[in-house]
Design a protein. Structure first.
Length: 306
């Protein structure tokens, strides 16, 4: 069987924070930020639940699917609105769903984890036939806006896809991983803000993503040359460039949105899906690789025949 994308939706806050805006309050500049990250501006505002509801509603409308026809909601987030209940409960109510719902927290790799989980549940006897997968984060709520090493990176957004069961298999390969010994290089304690060792995250992220993509491709019986579209987590354009270089994937096969959205954690890959579709590159039958990494450290890759 396969879990095919029937609908896509995204949500971005109205407030735009440019690099010049940040430079007015801290020791940085537009050139400095763009050179090191590829980010020009980012969106800030709204809660995880609000953004997820907006993106989910747009995905359902795009798919032409009534909320009553959804069999499962999987929400990926690292910034839940409350400690309990799971934010998926509020999103479930906001969308008028009648199915089960749960959260996934694998940081910035969460959307890909959620995609694999949705596929796995579809394989079960009497498993769901339509799954709404949402990646949503309000990272501005846990960002120290006086710390230029993190404030220049993080932002808020949500992206959603409606996955529908079809008889044609399309998840060709996948890889999930974690290394808990690396928690200290990127974390956020309760009531605190994000702490990051930037150089170490860069180095570990490149290694993890390259290995994860290679593992997923090996399971699929494919090589990097077979990838038609790469949809990477949008953490830093330099990480994306390093990954592409090591894998031998041409830059023009990559769809990026980081310049105008920043790092929105679980939302980055669905934002890239929407951008890729708008650009007309997600043709039926194309090999699409989605890969992400995040705090934990976690990483995840899927290789999908569109």
């Amino acid at each position: 069987m396969g879990a095919h994308v029937r609908g896509v939706g995204t949500a971005l806050p109205e407030r735009v924070v440019t690099n010049d805006d940040l430079a007015a309050t801290m020791d940085t500049s537009d050139d400095w930020i763009r050179e090191r990250t590829g980010i020009r501006e980012r969106r800030v505002g709204g809660t995880t639940g609000q953004l997820a509801i907006e993106a989910g509603a747009k995905a359902l409308a795009d798919a032409g699917v009534d909320p009553a026809e959804v069999d499962l909601l999987v929400l990926s987030t690292t910034t839940p609105d409350q400690r309990t209940p799971a934010t998926s409960a509020a999103v479930h109510a906001g969308l008028g769903l009648r199915c089960g719902a749960f959260d996934v927290n694998a940081a910035c790799a969460g959307f890909t984890y959620a995609w694999v989980a949705a596929n796995g549940m579809m394989e079960l006897p009497h498993g769901p036939r339509r799954v709404l997968v949402i990646g949503a984060d309000a990272l501005s709520t846990i960002t120290d806006w006086t710390d230029r090493s993190t404030a220049i990176l993080f932002a808020d957004a949500a992206g959603a896809v409606v996955l529908e069961h079809r008889p044609e298999p399309n998840l060709l390969g996948w890889d999930l991983g974690a290394d808990g010994s690396l928690v200290p290089i990127l974390y956020c304690d309760h009531g605190d803000t994000l702490k990051m060792e930037g150089r170490e995250v860069f180095k570990r992220a490149v290694r993890a993503v390259v290995a994860s993509v290679e593992n997923a491709l090996e399971r699929a019986g494919l090589t990097p040359d077979d990838i038609d579209v790469l949809l990477p987590h949008q953490a830093n354009i330099r990480i994306i460039e390093a990954v592409c270089s090591r894998l031998g994937i041409p830059a023009d096969k990559t769809v990026n949105v980081i310049e105008t959205t920043g790092n929105t954690s679980s939302a980055t890959i669905p934002l890239c899906i929407d951008a890729a579709r708008s650009a007309g590159v997600l043709h039926e039958g194309r090999i699409v690789c989605m890969t992400g990494f995040g705090a934990g450290m976690t990483w995840a890759t899927t290789v999908v025949r569109w």
